[in-house]
Design a binder for this molecule. Structure first.
Ligand code: ATP
Ligand code: MG
Length: 731
């Protein structure tokens, strides 16, 4: 092994962290300073220099994508795959543990993971069956309550004997939910973590095994760990493991989901003698971008404090676009990306970040219109699409008849004439008898409580699922999937639904069959999972992490939250308006406002070279049109880092704060305001170049020193020229 490769590409501070002999290490540093790089190199160092077995290393990251990247980077450094090393997300690791120890965890062998949608649907049913008013006891709020409790490690019984009626009711909902999920063998995301943790608490032999096994634990994005996750690390490291955590308090963006940035301080207390290493050089972004990010985050209080500098050369100022409305904004982004692509830029180097998933639709439409390939992470991700979830629900029901959430999803999809009345009888009976819906049908049919059309509908459904399960049990997964989609009637249902959207759904179902194919040939480290189970679990856990066609060059679209840890050459952050970002919910609460600001910091620091911010004066969202003012985060950026841009024109004025710029509410045309143009160029103007001859201006961008024009010269030669140097003459 050539150690120089490990060390030479690191700066001194990074090297200190990678080669440290301290038991525990905290790397605390700002964005783009190489924290993840340090973690990867540390693993390679442990393997190659300290001769630690890969079997003894556990590394935890925040997304499956990041975990795959980490495995890949370690293999690249080491020159081979590292078998036996555990690398994954907390959720993925918990899932693996529970599969291996399902008996001790008190779970059925074929337990299923449910996502937030399923969880919400189930809660709706439970709230109804408890005869509670859904308006007062909103399912979504119940979901928050339950997940929050679980994230803190609390079970319903831990909150017993409360004198408060409201708290008691939430607890009752939690209790019923817990019973229902346990009965059906369903595990939600928070449950995964808590279950795995309780597994250790209740079975010290299992904990002991892992404590012995892992001599080194490494955690990326530590600032976003919640109480249970931190308890995990502590429990695992109690005997002998050396722990390295890397993080940035300024990038803590999951407080709303129970993350505790205070875990960083707890780490220093709980892991005695931990060495702290601070990295200060940023390698990712240009000075404009970095200065903007540093200035913005300085508005937060109580930071741990960091200095970041960069050796990169100046680069472009940040562009700011003032849009009329969300359509104009989307058109602008599409236009910019087209331009970038025409100049030879790769689409995959561009990312568009937004505060909420709902913002992606308009952008998507603009891209469809402009024929720009794009991929959405999150939102309506492949595995969350209606038709895909329908098909998955059939597969899940085949794998586990007691999966009530899947049962509910497909009992009447396609329509089988089973009415809401019949279903509510069924649900109530299931609740009274503490049985799953599937079991209850059998009982009700047997006892002849249900008769006539309702009974025959249910009977047919049961026969369908049983026979599908029986007939496809020996098939390879992709044939099984294909058969289930066809025989269940889903295919026909979507085929009969006319139009482009239905066509898309059919294509997605085809893609699902495709996606299952690889599972037929995949080898598993532990063959505790059948291909079907493995596929279903991955589908839930990996939803939204780019599982769709990854080979095509396409623009990346995602929420600011899911951009964490990533970097792109060119970034657009759209919807920079008060009420959008910062989000409306955060406006009146300083704690939440600071979290929004950290999210903005995360967003800005994803950009390597080019960053564009945009805001819309009017926006239609959720069917309502609102007028917004620009985000305070724009005002918080240093003015000389910013240039205002227009579609098809250049503005000579630098950006003015909305507190000084009287024209801020003026609605102005975004098309070519020639009086504000610099260098007097405008679209379609005739110009002459000493070398290329006469031509017509087709496009303009940038300002001041950076101003460029695109000119079509004779012979259809299109050229981008820097105004400052091109010696163009207006004719
Ligand atoms: P974030 O806080 O956003 O997760 P990070 O601190 O984890 O950022 P990395 O992603 O590890 O930062 O590094 C940012 C970029 O800088 C990467 O492209 C990385 O390869 C590069 N980089 C880091 N350290 C060095 C170095 N010493 N020499 C050259 N490039 C480096
Ligand atoms: Mg990182």
């Amino acid at each position: 092994m050539d150690y120089s490769k490990l060390i030479n590409t690191l700066n001194e501070k990074q090297r200190t962290a990678v080669t440290s002999s301290a038991d525990h290490i905290l790397v605390l540093a700002g964005a783009g300073s190489g924290k993840t790089r340090v973690l990867v190199h540390r693993i390679a160092w442990l393997l190659s220099v300290e001769h630690v077995s890969p079997y003894s290393i556990l590394s935890v990251t925040f997304t499956n994508k990041a975990a795959a990247e980490m495995r890949h980077r370690v293999s690249a450094l080491m020159g081979s795959m590292q078998d036996g090393m555990w690398t994954g997300t907390f959720h993925g690791l918990a899932h693996r543990l529970l599969r291996m120890h399902y008996l001790e965890a008190n779970l059925p062998k074929d337990f299923q993971i449910i996502d937030n949608d399923d969880q919400l649907r189930l809660l709706k049913k439970i709230i109804k069956s408890l005869n509670l008013d859904e308006k007062r006891w909103a399912p979504r709020q119940a979901m928050w309550y339950i997940n929050h409790k679980k994230d803190q490690g609390h079970r319903p019984q831990h909150t017993k004997n409360h004198s408060n009626f409201i708290e008691n009711t939430w607890r009752d909902i939690y209790q019923s939910y817990q019973e229902a999920t346990d009965r059906a063998g369903l595990v939600d995301f928070s449950e995964l973590l808590l279950r795995a943790y309780e597994l250790w608490l209740n079975h010290t032999n299992i904990l002991d095994h892992y404590q012995q096994r892992w001599s080194h634990i490494l955690v990326d994005e530590f600032q976003d760990t919640n109480t249970v996750q931190y308890a995990w690390i502590r429990a695992l490291a109690e005997k002998r493991a050396k722990v390295m955590i890397v993080g940035d308090d300024d990038q803590s963006i999951y407080g709303w989901r129970g993350a505790q940035v205070g875990n960083i301080q707890s780490f220093l207390k709980d892991f005695e003698g931990a060495e702290t290493v601070r990295l200060e050089q940023n390698y990712r972004s240009t000075p404009h971008i970095l200065t903007a990010a540093n200035t913005l985050i300085a508005n937060n209080e109580g930071r741990m404090g960091k200095n970041l500098w960069t050796a990169q050369k100046e680069g472009e100022p940040i562009s700011l676009y003032h849009a009329f409305n969300e359509l104009d904004e989307a058109r602008f982004v599409a236009h910019q990306i087209k331009k970038w692509h025409e100049k030879g830029g790769q689409l995959k180097d561009c990312a568009i970040l937004y505060r909420s998933n709902a913002q992606s639709r308009v952008l998507e439409e603009a891209f469809l219109q402009g024929n720009i390939p794009h991929r959405i992470y999150g939102g309506h991700r492949f595995f969350e699409r209606q038709e895909i979830k329908d098909a998955l629900a059939y597969l899940r029901l085949i794998s586990n008849r007691h999966d009530d959430a899947s049962f509910e999803r497909v009992i009447n999809t396609p329509a089988r004439g089973i009415g809401e009345r019949t279903l509510s009888v069924l649900r109530q009976a299931a609740r009274d008898r503490e049985k799953t819906l599937w079991e209850t049908i059998q009982i009700l049919l047997h006892e002849k409580i249900l008769a006539g059309r309702a009974a025959s509908g249910l009977r047919r459904f049961i026969e369908l699922i049983d026979s599908l399960a029986y007939e496809t049990s020996e098939m390879p997964l992709h044939l099984q999937t294909d058969r289930v989609i066809k025989d269940s009637g889903l295919w026909l249902m979507y085929q009969e639904e006319k139009g482009e959207r239905a066509q898309g759904r059919i294509e997605n179902l085809e893609e699902l069959v495709n996606a299952t194919q690889q599972y037929d040939y995949r080898q598993y480290e532990d063959d505790t999972l059948s291909p079907l189970q493995a596929f279903l679990s991955d589908a839930v856990l990996e939803a939204g992490e780019g599982q769709a066609d990854a080979s095509q060059d396409s623009v990346q679209m995602m929420t600011l939250h899911s951009a964490k840890g990533l970097e792109f050459f060119k970034i657009f952050i759209v919807g920079m308006e008060e009420g959008m970002f910062p989000s409306k919910m955060a406006l009146n609460e300083s704690g939440r406002l600071e979290e929004e600001r950290r999210l903005a910091y995360v967003g800005l620091t994803r950009a390597m070279k080019e960053l564009t911010l945009s805001y819309a004066e009017r926006r239609r969202l959720y069917g309502e049109e609102v007028r917004n003012i620009p985000s305070r985060f724009i005002d918080e950026l240093p003015k000389d880092c910013i240039q205002q841009v227009r579609l098809g024109s250049i503005i000579s004025q630098p950006f003015h704060s909305r507190f000084t710029d009287k024209s801020k509410y003026k609605i102005h045309s975004h098309q070519n305001e020639s009086n504000e143009n610099e260098g007097h160029f405008s679209l379609d103007q005739r110009v002459r170049h000493p070398k290329f001859g006469e031509g017509t201006v087709k496009d303009l961008e940038g300002s001041g020193q950076h101003a460029r024009v695109q000119v079509a010269f004779s012979g259809n030669q299109l050229k981008w020229l820097v105004v400052a140097y091109a010696r163009l003459e207006i004719i």
